[in-house]
Write a protein of this length. Structure first.
Length: 644
């Protein structure tokens, strides 16, 4: 049922009220309400707005203005007994919608009221439509923004660049209601823009695939890095690649460079694009630029990763990377096959749960100490690998392993040969020495003959020393001194120093011995350990000019025995330091006629390695040299300050 329309009356004159209500408005179907209290007028109208309000001059001007202001859609009709044309004009000027007088006949009166009511209805309908239109447009904007947001999310999640670019263009077309859109990227080599993604509504296909940037509108967008929005007559002035009625071009900016253009077009429809469309397109262009940047970084990263992976996988050396807790972070093919492992069984696991090679595990256990830098390990299949340990900050430890089996074999064959030859040489040399001693007994010798014999004897003694060094080395390398016992180094040091005291005094050196009472016991071969100390101390004496200083120190550190032999001698040139442990190597700074075989340090190193220890040298020419040896302390070593 349709509600009757309501007309409110604020009139003083009862007769007028009566006439209007009973004779004219009610019969015409209006509901009529008389309002009397001016103070209650506004509150009443707020509850329900009538379709028109008739007032007379009993209403104060103040309330009247308040009504105009608060209820702009309420038709206000001025009622008066009579009005001259001038008075009517004044009332209209005051803002009334109509003027009624007591003289107007009922038909005229009703039609004035009807018109006012109709006008109000038109107003309200228009308002409603407007509201709806606004709501729809707001809803559309919210939808647009949501779509933009979704695309943004996809871009950060997707690394498939082409898919993202297609998505951007489709969204550009759909959000702007364009007929067509495309995305072109600048090809730096050719200077052309090349089509990367396109979307069109209906059957149309984007014809262009490649556009030079000079003398084109697109080129201008790239050069100026500014968007263009064109339509209608503006376009006819500009040469575009194909005929369009409206377009927007937005540059894709990466840093301070334009790397492409996102465009939308209307080719058939004469529908222009707005600033709002431009804003949407700019947001999409930003997304596309981010996606391109992401893809660029990802591809570069991936390429580097692949390169590294191929490198690590294909090198013949074993590579193993462990984290700070000795868990496997990376293990390459060579390493996997050497230990008979599968990659998936190793990654993330503790190294001693996947690799059971004791040499390697022992070396890694020592790795935290500064002494451990690498060593040799023997694999189950007999191969020997040289391992280098390199700490990597923030990662852990890298172990590189190089197969030295063939070198070891060569060394062994050579040593065997040298041992055999040395052995065979020993007897004739002994005979030569014996006969030189006999010569003097069989007849008198003159002074020159005696001198020559002395020289022969010195040379033969030199060769004999060399041979015994070679034989020693052969024995140590062949592992013939395997028998080891619990050793206290301190008496061995004292004994070695004692044996060399003549040599020491001859050169007038000052000796400093600092042997810590906590020096731990070691497992070792007493003869070889003493030989090791003697070789180092005799070198220190030999290579220190007369009246120098030298010393021997021992201490315990990290469950290891540290032995140092130092001197204030001639030192070793830095470039030659890596070679002094090689067989027969003698440094270039030796004074002329310094006797020696170049085997002493080789023997020392072999002895140290035979005892699972390490040796290195620190030396400054003209200032002195320090050799440091670290040997593992015997397990359960009860070294204590009172052990003598
Ligand atoms: P050598 O018989 O020549 O002493 P080593 O193998 O004992 O042979 O030493 C090799 C070389 O290392 C020596 O020739 C010398 O150049 C250098 N060297 C060894 N110890 C010292 C030292 N304490 N001071 C300076 N140079 C040394």
């Amino acid at each position: 049922m349709v509600e009757p329309k309501l007309i409110a009356l604020f009139l003083e004159d009862d007769t007028a009220v009566n006439r209007l209500a009973v004779q004219i408005l009610q019969p015409a179907g209006y509901q009529v309400e008389r309002l009397i209290d001016e103070a209650q007028l506004q509150p009443r109208l707020r509850i329900e707005l009538p379709n028109a309000l008739l007032v007379d001059d009993s209403l104060s001007k103040k309330t009247l203005h308040a009504l105009f202001k608060e209820f702009p859609v309420l038709p206000l009709i001025y009622y008066t007994a009579q009005a001259s044309p001038e008075e009517r004009l004044r009332h209209y000027q005051e803002g009334f919608d109509a003027v009624l007088t007591a003289q107007d006949d009922p038909v005229e009166t009703l039609s004035i009221v009807n018109r006012a009511v109709q006008r109000q209805e038109d107003w309200q309908e228009w308002l409603q439509l407007e509201r709806k239109r606004h709501t729809q447009s707001l809803e559309k904007r919210v939808e647009d923004l949501e779509r933009l947001h979704r695309i943004g999310g996809k871009i950060s999640a997707s690394l498939n660049l082409n898919q993202v670019l297609r998505e951007v263009v489709t969204a550009a077309v759909e959000l702007t209601d364009a007929e067509e859109g495309n995305l072109m990227l600048l090809d730096k080599d050719s200077g052309n823009l090349i089509l990367h993604a396109a979307h069109s509504v209906g059957e149309q296909k984007t014809a262009i695939l490649r556009i030079p940037i000079y003398d084109t509108l697109l080129g201008e967008v790239i050069r100026t890095q500014k968007a263009v929005i064109l339509g209608g007559s503006e376009l006819t002035k500009i040469k575009t690649a194909f005929f369009v009625r409206a377009l927007i071009y937005v540059p894709l900016l990466m840093g301070n460079q334009a790397i492409g253009v996102l465009g939308i077009y209307n080719r058939k429809r004469e529908q222009p694009f707005s600033e709002y469309h431009l804003m949407l397109l700019e947001a999409l262009a930003d997304y596309a630029a981010i996606a391109i940047q992401n893809a660029y970084y990802y591809t570069a990263n991936e390429r580097e990763r692949q390169k590294l992976h191929t490198l690590l996988t294909n090198v013949r050396d074993g590579v193993l990377v462990l984290d700070d807790e000795f868990r496997v972070v990376l293990i390459n093919e060579a390493c996997l096959s050497a230990f008979g492992l599968q990659e998936q069984d190793c990654l993330g696991k503790a190294i001693d749960q996947v690799i059971f090679n004791q040499d390697l595990i022992l070396m890694l256990k020592q790795a935290p100490s500064q002494w451990a830098k690498g060593g040799e390990i023997r694999l189950e299949d007999g191969r020997i690998w040289n391992c280098q340990l390199t700490p990597i900050p923030d990662v852990g430890l890298a172990v590189t392993m190089h197969d030295i089996t063939h070198l070891k074999e060569l060394d062994r064959v050579k040593s065997e040969f040298v041992s055999a030859v040395s052995h065979d040489l020993r007897s004739p040399l002994t005979a030569i020495l014996g006969y030189t001693e006999l010569i003097g007994r069989v007849g008198p010798l003159n002074e020159r003959q005696k001198e020559f014999i002395k020289r022969v004897q010195a040379s033969v003694q030199g060769i004999t020393a060399l041979i015994s060094d070679l034989l020693d080395l052969g024995r140590i390398e062949a592992g013939l001194d395997a028998r080891k016992e619990l050793l206290d180094l301190r008496p061995l040091i004292r004994q070695s120093l004692e044996n060399l005291s003549n040599f020491l005094n001859e050169k007038g050196h000052q000796l400093e011995v600092e042997i810590s009472p906590s020096t731990p016991l070691i497992w070792g071969n007493a003869v070889r350990i003493q030989q090791m100390i003697a070789n180092l101390v005799s070198n220190a004496i030999k290579y220190t000019p007369k009246g120098g200083r030298l010393g021997v120190r021992t201490r315990k550190e990290d469950e290891q025995l540290v032995l140092q032999v130092w001197d204030s001698g001639i030192g070793i040139p830095p470039a030659e330091q890596p070679y002094i442990f090689d067989k027969f190597y003698r440094a270039s700074n030796l004074p002329e006629d310094t006797s020696g075989t170049g085997l002493g340090l080789t023997i020392v190193k072999s002895i140290v390695e035979d005892h699972q220890g390490r040796i290195w040298v620190e030396s400054t020419p003209e200032q002195g040299t320090t050799f440091t040896i670290v040997l593992p302390a015997a397990e359960g070593d009860q070294s204590s300050p009172d052990r003598k």
